[in-house]
Structure formats: C-alpha cells, structure tokens
Design a protein around this ligand. Structure first.
Ligand SMILES: [Zn+2]
Length: 135
C-alpha cells in the first residue's frame, strides 16, 4: 500500500511536495520538512530510551490484571483491587509513553498517534479508578 503518503511526524498529507527521507537505512520515512524529520529523530531517540519503562509498566499491569482473575475466584474484593491497580497502572504507562504499533504511526503520523495513545491511556486509567472506587 504505497498510495497514502503523509509526513511521518506531523501526519500532514504530502502532495508531491518536497519530502525528506530519514536515511535511516531501512524503510524510507517521508516528512513535510526537515524540521519534522529532526523532531521525529529526537522523539524516536527518547522512545528508545523509555522503552524499558514502557515494557515494565505494561508487563506489571498485565500481571496484576491476570492475578486478579485468580484472586477473584476466591476473594472478590482483593481481586477487584488488584485489577483496578493494574488498569490504573496500564493507563498511566500509556499516558506517559503512548507508544503504538508502527502501522498506526504510518497511518496517522507520530504526533497524532501520540495524542490518540494518550486519550486511550486516560480512558483506561479512569476505568481503573472506577474499578477501585466503584466496587
Ligand atoms: Zn511534518
């Protein structure tokens, strides 16, 4: 699918205007300006740096939610508490590090995908809080 061309950073449509490749080796990224290219490079740098925290947050929250399923079989209250904490942590992790799949970045660009990730993270965190206090 090579039909849709957007700026890899800001998601602006590229209509045959000058684009700048990243020169990163593999697939060539397209940008509307060299400014976007530089910003994207800086952003990807911090993504790489924070990836371990992102992974740790996801793993811990998934483990919490999973263990709540086992706890929930015996004790409803602690199961709900664990699941609520897990959802809250998952939401906060995504808000702090809204990393999405490469497909999503390719479709919307970096900036819009981050915004989308943050919105989802906030919703998940609110759901976690609701589980904690509404039980
Ligand atoms: Zn751009």
């Amino acid at each position: 699918m090579a039909g849709r061309k957007i700026c890899s950073y800001c998601g602006k449509k590229l209509e045959g205007k000058s684009c700048y490749g990243s020169g990163d080796g593999k697939e060539e990224e397209l940008y509307c300006s060299s400014e976007c290219r530089d910003k994207h490079r800086t952003a990807l740098e911090s993504v790489r740096k924070n990836m371990k925290w992102f992974a740790a947050g996801i793993i811990v929250s998934v483990l919490l939610v999973l263990s709540s399923a086992f706890l929930g079989a015996g004790e409803k209250e602690s199961g709900k508490l664990t699941a609520g904490c897990g959802m809250l942590l998952l939401g906060l992790t995504v808000v702090l590090f809204p990393y999405c799949t490469p497909e999503t970045y390719a479709m919307f660009g970096y900036v819009k995908t981050n915004r989308l990730g943050r919105v989802i993270g906030v919703l998940v965190a609110i759901f976690g809080l609701w589980m904690l206090f509404e039980g």
